[in-house]
Design a protein around this ligand. Structure first.
Ligand SMILES: C[C@H](O)[C@H](O)[C@H]1CNC2=NC(N)=NC(=O)C2=N1
Length: 104
């Protein structure tokens, strides 16, 4: 099965095995209590570094048409990744988390 289900244009939800493999690959990320999202909290040197990171993620999000839920105070950025169209985790969240791990 490809990124999208055959029946519609919605991204497919990750299988439990794919979700577990993703979490094993991403030690900084944890599964939200409801199992429908992954979360992390990142600390930067200061606001400038945090906002620079957010800018890089924002440009990725715009290009990918996939957007994080996030919260920033000074040097801290909390992120939640989920796919509304899949009502849970999809490959889009995996791709975004991998991108984030490359720029953090
Ligand atoms: C119409 C547009 O493609 C959708 O609303 C996109 C935009 N960004 C999105 N971001 C996230 N995180 N999940 C989505 O399902 C989603 N859908």
């Amino acid at each position: 099965m490809t990124e999208q289900t055959a029946q519609n244009n919605r991204p497919a939800r990750l299988t439990d095995a794919a979700r577990d493999a993703l979490l094993a690959e991403l030690p900084r990320w944890t599964l939200r209590a409801d199992g429908l999202a992954i979360e992390t909290e990142l600390k930067f040197a200061d606001f400038n570094a945090a906002f620079g990171f957010m800018t890089r993620v924002a440009l990725y999000a715009d290009k990918a048409d996939h957007h994080p839920e996030w919260f920033n105070v000074y040097n801290t950025v909390r992120l939640t990744l989920t796919t509304h169209d899949a009502k849970g985790l999809s490959e889009r969240d995996a791709a975004m988390a991998r991108f984030i791990e490359g720029v953090v």
